[in-house]
Every structure is written in C-alpha cells, then in structure tokens.
Design a protein around this ligand. Structure first.
Ligand code: PLP
Length: 499
C-alpha cells in the first residue's frame, strides 16, 4: 500500500506566515478555536509535515496580536490529541501521524442521487417498503387515541410523588423484565379483563409493541424462517419481521380473521402473527372454533402464535372475547399488549406475556439489545393502574369513542347511504370505508390529503398486490364529535370524484 505524498513543507520561519494568511482578526470564531483549526487542518492535510517546528508561543502570539495564553492552550490541546510533541526547553514539533492506509483521493463523497445505494439490501428494502405515516394527528388519522383527554393532572401528581421517592435503581440502566409493580398490575388487569392466564413473572415490559416484535423475531426465529401474516394486516409487524430476515407468507383474512389454505397448512411456519380479538385493520372477530384450530395446529407443529391485542378495550355494544392466550394449553402463545391506544402512543410502554420458559431469555435480550429505561415512568404507570385511574380512564374513553364512532357512521350514511360498505365498524378506534375494486384507494387518500383530510388506503395493508379489496381506513379516536361531519363531508366530495 502506497503512503500518501506530502505537500510542500513550510520552514519553521515561514510558519507564522502560514497562520497569518488564514487568521482573521474579525472572525466571529474565538481566537482559540480559530488558531486550533488552522494548525490542526495544516497537520491533517500534511501541509505542516512531521518534524516541522512550531514558533515559540510568544512569537506567534505577537504576530497574531492575541494573548500568549491562547497560543499556549492551543499547543497543549494539539499535544493532548497527538498532533504535536513538546519537550521542556526543546520547542514544539509536528508529530508523525503515520502513513494513511489508503489514498484519500480514492474516497469520493456519494452524490445525492446515490444515497439509497449506501444502504444494505435489507436496509433499502425497509426504506422502500416503509409505511409509517408522516402525519399522526387530525381527521381521520387511524390508530391515534384522544390524547387531549389524558388525565395529566393525576399523572403529574403520581410522577411528582415518584420523583420524591425514587430509588437509585429507578434512575440507572434498567435490568430484568421491567418494574415489578407494573408487571403485577398488568397481570391483574389482563386476568380480570382479558382472560389472560398469567402470573406477574410472565410479564415483560417493553417500550412499545414494535419493540416487543423485534424481541419476538430476534429470539424465536432465524433468518430464512417463515412467518404467517394476516393479509391485510399490521404493516408494523411486517416491517419488523422482514428486517429480521423472515420470509413473509400472506394468509388471507375471512370473517373470522386468519384463514390459512390447506396448502399453507401443509407447510407450518416458524411463527404466526394474529389479531384475533379485532383483526387489524378489517375488524374480524375470531370465533372459538378457529382459535382452537390454530392453537392445536401450533402445538402439533411447534409454531409460535404471536397474539396482538392492541385495542380490545374499546368495543361498542358487544363484549370482547377473551384472549387467545387464555386457551393455550401448550405454551405456544406470546401475547402482546400496549398502552399506546388506551393512554397515549408517546408514552412508549407496552408488554409481552410469555410462556414461563421464555421470560428469562427475553428479559436478558431486552437489556442486551435495548438497555431499556423508562423505569420511573413504569413505576408511575404501575401506581396509575393500582389506584384505579386506568380503569376509569378506559371507561370514560369508551363512552367518548362510542359517540364518535356513531357520529362517523351517521356521516357515512348521510353522504353515501348504503352505496359504500363500512367494514369492521364495531370496535377499536377506526373503521374501513369500502371502495369499489376498480378504485385506486391510494390515489383517493392522496387527493383527500390535499383536501386536508388524512386517511390510509386499505391496499397499503396488503402484502399481496394488487390488493383484493379497496377502501380507506378512517380513525375517529382523535376527532372531536363536532368535527366528524364537516371533515367527512370534505372527504366524501373527494371520494365521489373517484366513483
Ligand atoms: C395493530 C397494531 N398493533 C400494535 C400497535 C401499537 O404499537 P406500539 O405499542 O408500538 O405503539 C399498533 C399501533 O398503531 C397497531 O396498529
């Protein structure tokens, strides 16, 4: 390997000139910063070669008209960083940096157009297929709860108390599976409301379902394994599994959720991702029979069933079916829950309920990969649950969402009568407005955005393309009742242009 060639070397006597030419007494930079970067730049670019003697600090200070101390400090800093060497009474010399490993001229900065080429194959695929919405607020952004009604006064009271009483382990790196009080409160809540069968020890706290999915992929699958995904389904799970090198197998969704074909059943996957209590995004409710079939299949073929129970707190009229996890007699279900929909997404607190044998591995991986924190917030949330604030907030929000849900259904009927179907409209925070198959729902969503209304096209949730069903996801959780009619009227005008 050829060492790089050095440029012309100024003699010791010419060094003040080299600095003087560049030093600007009117520069907004302070003297220290300016002198340091001139000398450091000269050394790095080999204009000041190894062995060059720097002028005495007094001489240089005088030549530049700056304080001698400034020059002394700059020399000291350069010495500390290895650019110069100084010996008492011997003067200060440019140090030898050593030959470079490659010819710098070969390293060209990438052109702006070639930026994606910087990413790895899987990185480019992740970016190319990314579905995360640029807007997370406003009518009718799906997946967002009414964060303006979050009881922040109660929360800040609990938080202030927690801050006064905290222990050192709540402020250092988190270890283990999360705050013990929160794990206890979550397990009690899930047993009481969701029919989940678990002890507090089976609960691992994460910073969101997204993170739970990363752990699932990392710990329960290997690159090249197959994952069954509901199609249409949650794109967030799709992106995480793909990023971990899993082969994605889209499984069609019928009126009861995931419905594998006989051919698919002949090739068991490593894991399946399901939302049986409120299929995302079309709202199907998986009945008891289908649940049992999937669990039996999982037990026989050692398949992990990843159950995403993201919003079952909110059903209007019907009671939710208990979680699939509660029926699992063989320890094959990993249950995922989140506080993003019941409280607010930026809280970033969620949980996994795991078969007992998996807990230790997940907790270790959580600490190893993510160095999870939020310990103090977890403790606040634990009190929030234990003191009953969580249950009352959910009760209150159920009423609010039910009213908004009815208002949206009414607006749809007013604008379209029965011309367009409403899909999955009896639970959660969104519904799907069906569109005829020939309509380009992505184009409708774009036109709606230009008109000031946010929606997401149903086709975006399909792995299979072209998407077999078209529609628009409309979130009503974060839209005030009085805004729903006028916003939907705007949307209806856009939609009519495509019918
Ligand atoms: C189907 C589904 N699962 C889970 C989540 C929650 O994810 P997180 O806990 O990372 O906010 C969402 C959020 O949009 C979702 O749509």
């Amino acid at each position: 390997m050829e060492p790089i060639r050095r440029n012309s070397v100024p003699k010791a006597s010419t060094l003040p000139d080299f600095v003087l030419r560049q030093f600007d007494q009117h520069s907004p930079q302070n003297d220290h910063r300016q002198l340091y970067s001139i000398l450091q730049g000269g050394i790095r670019q080999s204009v000041l070669a190894a062995g060059t003697k720097l002028p005495p600090t007094r001489v240089l200070a005088q030549a530049l008209g700056i304080a001698r101390n400034t020059v002394v400090h700059v020399y000291e800093q350069l010495a500390l960083e290895g650019y110069v060497q100084a010996g008492v009474g011997r003067g200060t010399y440019v140090a030898a940096i050593g030959p470079r490993l490659v010819d710098r001229s070969a390293a060209q900065p990438p052109s702006a157009g070639a930026r994606t080429a910087l990413l790895s194959r899987r990185g480019s695929q992740l970016v190319r297929d990314s579905k995360a919405a640029p807007l997370q607020w406003g009518a009718f952004t799906p997946g967002v709860p009414e964060v303006r009604m979050f009881p922040s006064q109660v929360w800040s009271r609990l938080q202030a108390r927690m801050l006064r009483q905290h222990t050192p382990d709540q402020l250092t790196y988190a270890t283990g599976p999360g705050d013990a009080g929160l794990r206890q409160a979550v397990s009690e809540y899930l047993q009481g409301t969701r029919g989940v069968v678990c002890s507090p020890e089976q609960v691992v706290i994460t910073s969101g379902t997204q993170q739970s999915l990363h752990l699932v992929a990392q710990l329960l699958s290997d690159v090249g394994d197959t994952a069954w995904l509901e199609d249409p389904g949650y794109w967030g799970a799709r992106s995480v599994f793909r990023a971990h090198g899993l082969q994605l197998e889209p499984v069609a969704v019928d009126a009861e959720g995931m419905a594998p074909t006989p051919e698919q059943l002949r090739q068991p996957p490593r894991l399946m991702f399901v939302s049986p209590s409120h299929q995302y995004p079309v709202g199907a409710l998986m009945g008891h029979g289908r649940r049992q079939q999937l669990l039996d299949y999982a037990a026989v073929h050692s398949v992990w069933v990843v159950e995403d129970d993201y919003d079952s707190e909110f059903r209007y009229g019907t009671r939710p079916l208990p979680a699939l996890q509660g029926l699992d007699a063989h320890g094959r279900v990993v249950y995922l829950g989140t506080f993003s929909k019941t409280l607010f997404p930026a809280l970033r607190i969620a949980y996994l309920v795991l078969p007992p044998d998996l807990v230790d591995g997940f907790a270790r991986a959580l600490n190893e990969l993510f160095r999870e924190g939020q310990t103090l917030q977890q403790a606040v949330l634990a009190r929030f649950l234990a003191e009953g604030h969580y249950a009352s907030h959910i009760r209150r929000m159920r009423g609010v969402y039910s009213t908004r849900h009815d208002a949206l259904i009414q607006a749809i009927q007013q604008e379209f009568g029965s011309q367009l179907p409403v899909i999955g409209g009896d639970a959660g925070l969104h519904l799907v407005l069906g569109l005829p198959p020939q309509v380009d729902d992505a184009a409708v969503a774009q036109a709606a955005l230009r008109a000031g209304v946010t929606t997401r096209p149903l086709s975006l949730y399909y792995l299979r393309q072209p998407a077999p069903t078209k529609g628009l996801l409309l979130g009503y959780g974060a839209v005030r009742e009085e805004e729903i009619g006028p916003s939907f009227a705007k949307l209806a005008q856009v939609v009519r242009g495509f019918l």
